[in-house]
Design a protein around this ligand. Structure first.
Ligand SMILES: [Zn+2]
Length: 279
């Protein structure tokens, strides 16, 4: 659970994690109405960037979400520009997806669970609420299943039966310095990660916050399970992060331009989020 003091400051008793963001796809433009509830469908604004993450620290690695491929986006009738397959980008920073032991799933939307098969040895961590959401009554409502795909969900069920799914209820500590926090709102089991780094606790907001406009102006994203829950989530995450520099929205193009490349040549593709941003 989140540390009792809720301080965003570094704590010398905890491991400092390196956080890598893999930008595996992008969308040039999106309409304001497709981005925000009540937005203008005739007005085009900057589109979404798509990320998965890797955490290195405490003697082990953690993967956060598995992204998607063109197969998932085409199945959903969406067109994005693909930059890489997440597991191939991980190989460039010394992480072998085929042998990684732990993958955290922030929720099960199609662009977060699309390459599960690249992690054949992994245990997958997910919130109870998300599996209840995607395997039960909620999915009989067409609007709630719009961003899920049955093929992905069947794979998640197979993981349960293979004893490779680890369920979590609410706010939990996965390892010293890694907290898995249930926010809900956008998806019923939407979770975020609070990760300890040398520069303080970084919040990987995933889709609890897609872009900064949501937390800056309480502008609701267009896709959600529970609107008040999503808005309350924005407030909670602003408080938890304490500063814009420690909050990482899950799809914001400004993250790509603000954070440094993990090594020369990785600009715009593999970023270090444990390093300070330059806005
Ligand atoms: Zn989502």
């Amino acid at each position: 659970m989140p540390s009792p003091t809720m301080s965003s400051l570094p704590n010398s008793a905890l491991p400092d994690y390196e956080i890598y963001a893999i930008r595996y796809a992008k969308q040039a433009l999106r309409s304001d109405g497709h981005m925000f509830l009540g937005g203008d469908h005739a007005k085009m604004i900057h589109g979404l960037d798509f990320f998965t993450y890797a955490l290195k620290g405490g003697g082990r690695n953690w993967i956060v979400d598995t992204g998607m491929t063109a197969r998932q986006s085409e199945r959903m009738g969406r067109k994005y520009d693909f930059i890489c397959r997440p597991s191939e980008a991980l190989a460039k920073i010394g992480i072998t997806a085929a042998t990684e032991p732990d993958v955290i799933l922030t929720h099960a939307h199609f662009d977060h669970v699309g390459t599960l098969e690249d992690y054949p040895k992994a245990r997958f961590h997910i919130q109870d609420e998300e599996m209840l959401h995607v395997t039960g009554r909620d999915m009989t409502h067409a609007p709630f299943r719009a961003a899920y795909h049955a093929e992905d969900i069947k794979q998640l069920v197979d993981l349960v039966f293979a004893d490779r799914m680890v369920f979590h209820k609410g706010d939990v500590t996965l390892a010293p310095g890694i907290e898995f926090i249930l926010i809900g709102g956008h998806a019923r089991g939407q979770a975020v990660l609070r990760v300890h780094t040398a520069r303080g606790w970084v919040i990987l907001a995933s889709d609890a916050v897609h872009v900064f406009e949501e937390t800056d102006h309480e502008r609701p994203f267009a896709i959600f399970y529970d609107l008040p829950g999503m808005l309350e989530g924005y407030r909670r995450l602003n408080k938890l992060a304490g500063s814009r520099d420690l909050l990482i929205p899950g799809h914001d193009y400004r993250v790509t331009s603000a954070y440094p490349a993990a090594a020369p040549g990785f600009e715009g593709q593999i970023l270090r989020l444990d390093k300070p941003p330059r806005w």
